[in-house]
Design a protein around this ligand. Sequence first.
Ligand code: ADP
Ligand code: MG
Length: 170
Amino acid sequence: MPLLEERTLTLPDEAATARLGAALAAAVQAMPRRTVHVQLSGDLGAGKTTLSRAILRALGHAGKVRSPTYTLCEPYEVARADGSPLTVYHFDLYRFADPEEWIDAGFRDCFAEPAFNLVEWPEKAGRLLGEPDLHVLLQSDMAGADDAGERRSATMRAYTPTGLTLLNAC
Ligand code: ADP
Ligand code: MG
């Protein structure tokens, strides 16, 4: 699939990240039942888990959102806008030593059902993961010494009409 559209948003504070999460959550909730695949890239501490938490909270998950660093995948049951169930799988593939682990773990099954798949460290699964609907690159650049700290951003790339719907909601 070709890149359909790209846009970079600045995230000056965590409230901005929470708003981005809320916008993505609302767009997914309004969609018909289908597999939605969103990849979150960026260095350690760039904000992938923070954005995932914001999305899950906005989807109505009231409990704790654990980083799946050790469990690799955390499942959630929330609801769509029409009240029907929505399954979310939150992955963190950081600990993968080999992309084949994606197959061994049986994670392909999560993409065979109409779930919302949020994947941190998608690069660790290589080509086995396939192309996402939306790719989000989170970046935190330290600004110059005379500047007020760090600059954060999210570069969003849509590869499918579903991804374009998500991007246009942000
Ligand atoms: P990752 O999952 O990419 O390794 P985390 O989300 O776990 O990163 O960590 C991001 C850290 O940066 C958190 O400690 C968070 O509080 C902090 N932070 C500061 N500003 C922001 C922002 N605008 N968006 C996201 N996180 C932020
Ligand atoms: Mg993380």
